[in-house]
Design a protein around this ligand. Structure first.
Ligand SMILES: [Zn+2]
Length: 174
């Protein structure tokens, strides 16, 4: 299936005019992994959150597909995004390592801690499907979302990545 979206401004995951535009967290990871590729005309990241040798682009072990996600009201838009992030190997590898939560001092809401728990739950569960309860519980901290109102998947992705980046920067500053 192909989507032909109208042109729009702001951050976008699509390839526009031969340039891939990615949200900040992915962008700094990308620059870190491929400095030569991103060096031309792009500023270096202010701070490198992870050194390139710690980023594993492929799965570190073979695993069977994890659990599916139940729709808890009108939450299919966020399930889609959670599944995409769960099956992004460099991110999932990092989350499964629990490197973040081992030194997280965040009181209350922390998107990285939520994602660590979520990815672990999905990939290690023997159930066919699980309920992404922690994400639903903290939905109001992620963005302007409510479990019973259909939301926009792209907007949820943008807010989730932004909240994850914020958590990473908090971690680094303590
Ligand atoms: Zn945390």
């Amino acid at each position: 299936m192909q989507h032909h979206s109208p042109p729009h401004s702001g951050p976008c995951l699509a390839i526009t005019q031969g340039k891939v535009q990615l949200p900040p967290l992915v962008s700094s990871l990308f620059k870190c992994c491929f400095p030569a590729v991103t060096g031309k005309g792009m500023n270096s990241p202010e701070r490198i959150l992870f050194s390139p040798e710690k980023i594993y682009m492929n799965w570190r072990q073979k695993r069977r597909p994890g659990a599916g996600l139940y729709n808890l009201g009108s939450t299919c838009y966020l399930n889609v995004v959670l599944q995409c992030l769960t099956y992004t190997p460099p991110l999932a590898n990092y989350l499964l390592s629990r490197q973040h939560s081992r030194c997280c001092r965040q009181q209350g809401f922390c998107m990285m801690c939520i994602m660590e728990d979520h990815v672990r739950k999905v990939l290690y569960s023997s159930a066919t499907a699980i309920r992404p309860r922690a994400v639903i519980r903290d939905l109001k901290f992620i963005g302007q979302f409510k479990p019973d109102i259909p939301g926009d998947a792209y907007e949820f992705l943008r807010c989730t990545i932004s909240a994850m980046q914020k958590a990473c920067l908090n971690e680094g500053s303590e």
